[in-house]
Design a protein around this ligand. Structure first.
Ligand SMILES: Nc1nc2c(ncn2[C@@H]2O[C@H](COP(=O)(O)OP(=O)(O)O)[C@@H](O)[C@H]2O)c(=O)[nH]1
Ligand SMILES: [Mg+2]
Length: 200
């Protein structure tokens, strides 16, 4: 749920990067963080765990839009993908305004994507959120890998994108598709806010 600060005329939206372990969530955030001017971004906060550098969140004010006189601020979070970190995932997911689901396009990781997508749906449902009501974007990451190792965006759309949400092929390492994904999600989230009647 977005936070509205009427005194500061600022709206804070929470965007969560979800997906299986090592699909490229952290790489997305790192790429974005590196490209936002220092004056416009908060510090990247990292909560390292024993086995994984994934467990971190950060805070990024991004100039991605304004709603009738309000500044919008976006908080970007990643979740740890590993199955056993579900408690953390649930915590990070709480109050999310939108989700980027980062798919690992490698064919051998297909089942992990499905499992993680189901896990997202379950965790949202436990928090009373129907995934169909939440802005979600699919990102098919690692499209730079050799063609015989990865499924194409069209194949992944067929296999995973039942709800026909916006989807983007990406290579987060080089940044291809990273800002397209973020902009698609943030504009959906802002639209939703506008529709729900936040105004000056
Ligand atoms: N080839 C390729 N490797 C990637 C891409 N995105 C991330 N990786 C690599 O995949 C591994 C896991 O990435 P990371 O961002 O830590 O995954 P996370 O667990 O989802 O946060 C790292 O070695 C990354 O360098 C990509 O688009 N292409
Ligand atoms: Mg990570």
């Amino acid at each position: 749920m977005s936070l509205v600060n009427f005194a500061a005329r600022e709206i804070t939206c929470k965007l969560v990067y979800y997906g299986p372990g090592r699909s490229g969530k952290t790489t997305n955030l790192q790429y974005i963080h590196d490209r936002v001017p220092e004056a416009r971004r908060g510090r990247m906060v990292s909560l390292a765990t024993k086995t994984d550098r994934t467990l971190f969140f950060d805070f990024l004010p991004l100039d991605l839009g304004a709603i009738s006189g309000f500044t919008t601020r976006f908080q970007l979070y990643t979740v740890p993908g590993q199955v056993y970190y579900n408690a953390t995932r649930r915590l990070v997911l709480q109050g999310a305004d939108g989700v980027v689901f980062v798919v690992d396009s490698q064919a051998r990781r297909f089942d992990d994507n499905v499992e993680s997508l189901q896990n997202l749906q379950e965790n949202l449902l436990d928090q009373g959120v129907d995934i169909r009501q939440l802005p979600v974007i699919l990102q098919y990451n690692k499209q730079d890998l050799p063609r015989d190792l990865v499924l194409s965006p069209a194949e992944l759309d067929d296999a995973l994108n039942f709800r026909d949400v916006p989807s983007f092929g990406a290579d987060a390492l080089t940044g291809r598709g990273v800002f397209e994904t973020l902009k698609a999600l943030s504009s959906r989230v802002l639209h939703r806010l506008t529709d729900s009647g936040v105004s000056g």
